[in-house]
Design a protein around this ligand. Sequence first.
Ligand SMILES: *Cc1c(COP(=O)(O)O)cnc(C)c1O
Length: 391
Amino acid sequence: MSKKIFEIFEKKLEKLKQENIYRSINDMESRNMMEITIDGKNYINFSSNDYLGLSQHPVVKEAAKTAVELFGAGASASRLLSGGTILHKKLEELLCEFKGTESSIVLNSGYTANTSLIPALADEEDIIFSDELNHASIIDGVRLSKAKKIIYKHADMNDLCKKIKETSCNGKKIIITDTVFSMDGDIAPLQELYEICKSEEAILYIDDAHGTGVLGQGHGAWKHFNLPQDKLVIQMGTLSKAIGSFGAFVCGANIFIQWFINSARGLIFSTALPASVIASAYASVKIIMEDKTIIKKLWQNIEKVMEAIKNLELKTTNTQTPIIPILFNNVEEATKASKIFNDLGIYAPAIRPPTVKMPRIRITISAGHTDRDIEMLVEAFNLLCQQLRPV
Ligand SMILES: *Cc1c(COP(=O)(O)O)cnc(C)c1O
């Protein structure tokens, strides 16, 4: 019998390999800002979400060390038992100030946040409207809720409006969107979404994982559009990307946060984040709020890369963020490009269908990239053009 069981999984894995979507993990041996070593080879990392390089900031690292000395390594219990510290509370107060909201609560990861908060918000009689390109954690969160799910075309407000009008709903309407889409780097039309939510009296739930620390002078996508605070808007974000630590948060009206504390299963039934992680997130958010030079550097780096892409007529999406995909006509070209990058010591993954429609190399830019790092990337673009477009 056991032989048969293993055969099932061997077949599944074999199928992935045949379809060219088999995944494996490449762990790094060392890291110094954006320089990483994998399998003894040095690379410049263009695949990290550490948009501000804050995971390497000395003040952020020191904050973690101090917290370990004060509270130890692990949190030892759920937040609702004895796992929380005054540092957790302090971080939540800072996040309220950062996002301009009444209340906030920290969760263990972005994945945990979406799979816990969405089921806490939505019941059987409710309807969730979800962008077709939303993150997998949102998709899973919607599945775990008992609500009816309606997918609208990516960032297509006509399609969303049409679908809302067509649907009768006795319960709550909830619209959920990523603020920045992780594969294309484009920004959701939050102004229009907000207006639709107001006229429909719907809840707007935004996932600002890639917007926090990047858009709106670091405050995120809501600030980017200069939208007002509203009790029906729930802002989720992560501490793991530009903030350079680990974990997630949700900011919004006090009543929602109280309800999450009383019903979000990933908060109640999981050990709290350790104080070190919380302390480094606190230090990072402070830096983002007080030191605008880092964000400025990020946007300067983005500008340089986008200019090179334009000059070389490389194909990209309508990205408006540090997520910059280079698009290819077919998988062969993407694979060839991936090899060119790899040989030059540039670490950026090729992403192929079915993960995305168009094969691409997904580049992410950071304030942690030096001028030399950016020049290297531009050199790689040049070589790419020479080799893929022979004269
Ligand atoms: C990365 C990401 C998450 C998951 O966050 P983690 O803290 O890494 O679990 C959720 N939503 C979006 C849009 C993301 O990009």
